[in-house]
Design a binder for this molecule. Sequence first.
Ligand code: NAD
Ligand code: IPM
Ligand code: MN
Length: 366
Amino acid sequence: MEKQIVCLPGDGIGPEIMQSAKRILTTIGEYFHHQFTFNEYAIGGDSIERFGIPLTDETVEACKRADAVLLGAVGGPQWDTLPADIRPEKGLLKIRKDLMLFANLRPIKGFSPLLHASPLKEEIIKDSDILIVRELTSGLYFGKPSERRDGGNVVVDTLYYERHEIERIVEKAFQFAQMRRKHLTSVDKANVLESSKLWREIVNEKRNEYPDVKVDHLYVDAASMKLITNPSQFDVIVTENMFGDILSDEASVLTGSLGLLPSASVRSDSFGLYEPIHGSAPDIAGKGVANPIGMILSAAFMLRSSFQMEEEAQVIEEAVNETLLQGYHTPDLPLENGITVGTEQLTNIILGKLRAAKPIGYSRNV
Ligand code: NAD
Ligand code: IPM
Ligand code: MN
């Protein structure tokens, strides 16, 4: 198959981990006889430096023409004092909105070789396998007005939802629950927020269409506690944009590092934008130590979800697992008996595993 992939490396560790993902995809392409073409465009601080704005029309148009998009991360302290509208993060919000990617899927599953890498007890995390379905193009991040008034001393952000925006994300979450363990937890703050009351009403309406799915409602404060005290009670979690952002970083603790987790931002067709859930990690950028696994697994997610390349995705995931099993890891993982390596070295080891796995079915698409 031929696929056009737009790469948006972005800032900080973004370009470092993007390089890893491209190397992995190139090797997979060779083995499975796919032609992946990578076209690189600017976003975030990188785009601000080159074009004065965090996202250009050229980048948006290129993404629209592509079969899928890979994104590293955006942001950094050098741009933190810019006005809100031209900050790097605005570029990220705009690309999600312009591409209509309303559902952000964040799977959180412990890696068996890393069960002891989490600060949480092994018996608490060992059976956890959660999919956070985060609403991505509305809610508190996009509501208007969002501004300062009266010389900056009065501020307003708006949590705005339209019924159809909640319906489509809730439907998506029900569909994933049906494909998994048939348990949906909707997380809101319906004891306080109007938006959450409507959210809860819609979940209760929709549950009639999915009678095989068990539904729970949790307030976000309690959910954040249960996520780390009893994570195995969750299957699919569906929630508002900002709640989902916060809960997914929290949930990453189950796996041992924020640097391990991939995500897919999708809509109703097979198009998607794939990015790790972490940020640009300015504290370690340029040092060659970033964990590339969240980015590499995002590339695998892309193969599976946008290109229907299940086997290819699995080969990557197995190579990552195998690498971790042998104790190789970047410094973000506090493993006592492991072997600490940098980004490039870890990528080389994963590539080695991919090559070694060659016999298990690399002729399918010849
Ligand atoms: P962050 O996710 O960048 O970093 C949090 C901590 O996790 C840091 O200590 C960092 O070193 C570590 N970390 C993150 N990813 C890692 C990886 N792959 N390997 C090893 N360690 C890793 O969050 P932050 O520090 O709060 O934000 C930094 C910048 O990133 C900000 O400008 C923020 O707006 C931006 N950000 C961007 C995205 C995105 O592009 N999707 C997501 C979150 C934050
Ligand atoms: C993420 C990030 C972004 C978000 C920021 C950088 C706008 O934290 O992708 O999780 O909050 O969506
Ligand atoms: Mn986040």
